[in-house]
Design a protein around this ligand. Structure first.
Ligand code: ZN
Length: 344
């Protein structure tokens, strides 16, 4: 058998995406389709194509701003979601968990109609990719707004239990704190939602400890968790004991400056200690990446072997919020691909 290049291997591999924010995943094509001005699209392209070392967080927020502006009606949200799903499908992603915060635009869209538009796009998907939705609580929002959003989330979870599978904590890690929002996540969990929390995006040992003690189903990023990376031994030992799967987003961490380089990425400690993790894009539009490229970078910079990539994909299925039956089908698809394409 011919040994495929890393690029071909990663592109062809059926992939599992567990950490993708809807608004951060818009391509420039989608922005154009949504009626963004040529100037906005040109600026979006310029920022996307600036090498990581030439970009900073405020550039990333600027890109988010363009996406936010372009998705201010239910129709735009529907189209954006459909396009994002198709683009992940084109990258051979077979399972996608999209996440987004319920959003209101006064007089145009309620938090509920926003989520309904996303759900409708997922229902109307005809590509061979299974899509689930995680709804986010934004830590920048007031406790009242977050409580209202949770009410919407729980109501729509009852209506679409097989699509709305989880709840996420996201937003600017400098703002708000998990302890104030914990009650909302406890309520969500009691109501059958799975939980994933952005964790340790800035040094904050106390909050990381609170998050781990909550025992979410998964955590996101965790760049400041290991003691060699600004975290503390107590939290690292707790993670090692609980083995909570971590959603890793390599390029996102480099561009947003939480990690110095691919070679020095904190994931090396997860690999060394055999802790569970998945590879994800976070915001493929903002960071100008796709899941194939993230896998390719893992092969190149972290010296992961192709066999390990398959193991990461298979483990990601287990970490997902799909039903057991759906997980079995996804594992079958992976096995079939390995049988046809690999000789190891
Ligand atoms: Zn994220």
């Amino acid at each position: 058998m011919n040994i495929p290049s890393n690029r071909d291997f990663c592109k062809s591999l059926p992939k599992i995406e567990l950490h993708a924010h809807l608004n951060g995943s818009l391509s420039e094509k989608t922005l154009t389709e949504l009626g963004s001005s040529p100037d906005d699209v040109a600026e979006y392209q310029r920022l996307q194509r600036t090498p990581p070392e030439g970009r900073n967080l405020s550039d990333c927020f600027k890109i988010f701003g363009f996406a936010h502006k372009a998705t201010a009606t239910p129709e735009a949200v529907y189209l954006a979601t459909k396009n994002v799903i198709r683009e992940f499908y084109d990258d051979n992603v077979i399972y996608l968990e999209l996440r987004t915060t319920p959003r209101e635009e006064v007089g145009i869209m309620t938090a509920e109609s926003y989520v309904e538009a996303v759900v409708k796009a997922i229902q109307d998907n005809t590509y061979d990719i299974l899509v689930k939705l995680i709804l986010s609580i934004n830590r920048q929002h007031s406790p009242e707004l977050s409580k209202n959003n949770l009410d919407v989330i729980l109501k729509l979870k009852e209506k679409y239990p097989n699509i709305i599978r989880g709840i996420d904590l996201s937003g600017d890690p400098h703002k708000g704190n998990f302890e104030d929002l914990k009650i909302l996540f406890e309520t969500a969990r009691k109501n059958g939602l799975r939980t994933t929390l952005h964790c340790g995006e800035v040094k904050n040992d106390e909050e990381v400890s609170q998050i781990l003690e909550f025992r979410p189903d998964r955590i996101g990023h965790a760049p400041f968790l290991h003691p060699n990376y600004g975290g503390c031994s107590k939290n690292w030992n707790l993670l090692r004991m609980l083995k909570i799967p971590t959603e890793i987003c390599l390029t996102s961490n480099i561009i947003s400056g939480t990690t110095k380089s691919y070679e020095l990425h904190h994931i090396k400690e997860w690999i060394k200690h055999d802790l569970p993790f998945s590879l994800n894009t976070d915001d493929k539009g903002v960071f100008h990446t796709d899941l194939s490229q993230e896998f390719e970078r893992a092969l190149k910079y972290l010296h992961i072997k192709n066999e390990q990539i398959l193991e990461i994909s298979s483990n990601s299925v287990n970490h997902s919020f799909a039903t057991q039956e759906e997980k079995n089908k996804l594992q079958e698809k992976l096995k079939e691909w390995v049988y046809t394409n690999c000789n190891f």
